[in-house]
Design a binder for this molecule. Structure first.
Ligand code: PRP
Length: 179
């Protein structure tokens, strides 16, 4: 285990199992439909890569980059589009893929923004959901794990751009971010 991690919350095996389950649900729900995974960089890129390989069917991927945290440990509530989708999405079935739903401000903004472009449907798949933290109305159809209110890193999630490479999700030692 990395020396700055105090506890592993979800092992690589836990994550693989959740990803398989979510992939099977998505496969069943979108049977016969063409699906576009909208991946929110950077945190979700590892989850998206694993999830996409668990979906059987006609599936494409595109990427968005938004910023809500910077190097801070908590949400500022400010959402800014840094990179937009490459193609129009009118009439498409979208599935937003997120690594973590915390305040919900990022997803709430994204859902509104994407719906205004007239897709056929917009749903959300998130690996982690921090219960009781939501400040904005969000509907999430596919969920990996409910996550305790800790500073979690690994499997794509960072602190100041580090720890994304960890194969598991763990709690960062508060000494690292000076709490
Ligand atoms: C994280 C995460 C979500 C967002 C969730 O991204 O990937 O996009 O925060 O938080 P919210 O529910 O409070 O809005 P972050 O801004 O840390 O960027 P990153 O994915 O590039 O690390």
């Amino acid at each position: 285990m990395h020396p700055n991690i105090t506890k592993v919350l979800f092992t690589a095996e836990d994550i693989a199992e959740a990803t398989r389950r979510m992939g099977a649900e998505i496969t069943a729900d979108y049977a016969g439909k063409k699906l576009l995974l909208v991946t929110v960089l950077k945190g979700a890129f590892i989850f998206m890569a694993d999830l996409m390989r668990q979906i059987q069917g006609d599936v494409e991927v595109d990427f968005m980059a938004v910023s809500s945290y910077g190097a801070e440990a908590s949400s500022s509530g400010v959402v800014r589009i840094i990179k937009d989708l490459e193609a129009p999405i009118e009439g498409r079935h979208l599935l937003i893929v997120e690594d973590i739903l915390d305040s919900g401000l990022t997803l709430s903004y994204l859902q509104k923004n994407l719906r205004s472009r007239h897709p056929s449907s917009v749903e959300v798949a998130t690996l982690l959901f921090k219960e009781g933290k939501q400040e904005a109305e969000v509907s999430c159809k596919y969920l990996g794990f409910v996550c305790p209110d800790e500073f979690v890193v690994g499997y794509g999630l960072d602190y100041a751009e580090s720890y994304r490479e960890l194969p598991y999700i763990g709690v960062l030692d508060p000494l690292v971010y000076g709490k």
